[in-house]
Each structure stands twice: as C-alpha cells, then as structure tokens.
Design a protein. Structure first.
Length: 140
C-alpha cells in the first residue's frame, strides 16, 4: 500500500474517532498505535490531512453542505462524511494532488470502510464539486 493511501486511511480513522469520542488532535495522534507504526512519510501525510481538515472544518462543511443536495451533514453516515471532508480538504487546499487522484482515493476509502453504496455517493458528490470548482475557475 502506498504511503499517501495509508496516510489517508489513518487520517480517516482519526477523524472518525474524533467525531465519535471527541478529543484533541495531538492526543488522538499520540494514542494511535497505527499512526506510530507507519513510515514517517505516511505519518506526516496523515497529520497534514487531519490538521488541515480540522483547521478548515467550517469551510469544508459549508462547501459539502452546498454540494450534497438533499443531504444534511447529520444525515450522512459518519464514515462517508469524513471521507468527503478529507477529499474536500485536498481539493481545496492541496493543489499538487490531481483532482482525479483525490476522487479515486476517496472512492477506494469508501469501498473499504463505507457501506455498499458509499462509493457511489462519494463519487457523485466529489465529481460534482470538482466540476463546479473547475467551471468557476474557467469563468474567472
């Protein structure tokens, strides 16, 4: 498994844990044996994603709410919501990662950790968001 994919998985697990149990980022990271056992590059990437999502959570949730027609955040499955948050953070704040890679990685996370239909939901939301962002950028 690639370093970045493993980093995304770890970030997802920590976001999910934070949402369900609460806690500070540093405490969550320190208590994660999985995070401590991966190569430094995966640990660093997971930390970047985790801290980035939390730092930009209000913006990400606003964008997500605007994009996911007829879906309030509270109605989304917690795993799906956090996969979308990770991907939206990357799409908005990590321009070096190609859009197609971000979406493909989110779909893979949804297949692995979500429900039977999670990957379709995640794909639909992220693809529509990417198209909207692209259209806005082209109009400017």
């Amino acid at each position: 498994m690639g370093v970045r994919r493993r980093g995304r998985e770890l970030a997802l697990q920590l976001l999910y844990q934070r949402e369900l149990a609460g806690g500070e980022v540093d405490a969550l990271a320190a208590s994660s044996t999985d995070l401590q056992e991966v190569p430094p590059a995966a640990r660093e990437f997971a930390s970047t994603l985790l801290r980035g999502v939390i730092a930009h959570l209000a913006e990400i949730d606003r964008e997500l709410t605007g994009q996911a027609d007829n879906w309030r955040l509270e109605r989304m499955a917690a795993v799906d919501r956090n996969i979308l948050r990770l991907a939206m953070f990357e799409l908005l704040h990590e321009p070096d990662t190609p859009v197609s890679v971000v979406i493909d990685e989110a779909i893979e996370l949804a297949k692995r950790y979500g429900s039977e239909r999670s990957s379709q939901f995640v794909n639909g939301v992220l693809d529509a968001f990417a198209q909207r962002v692209r259209a806005t950028a082209e109009a400017q």
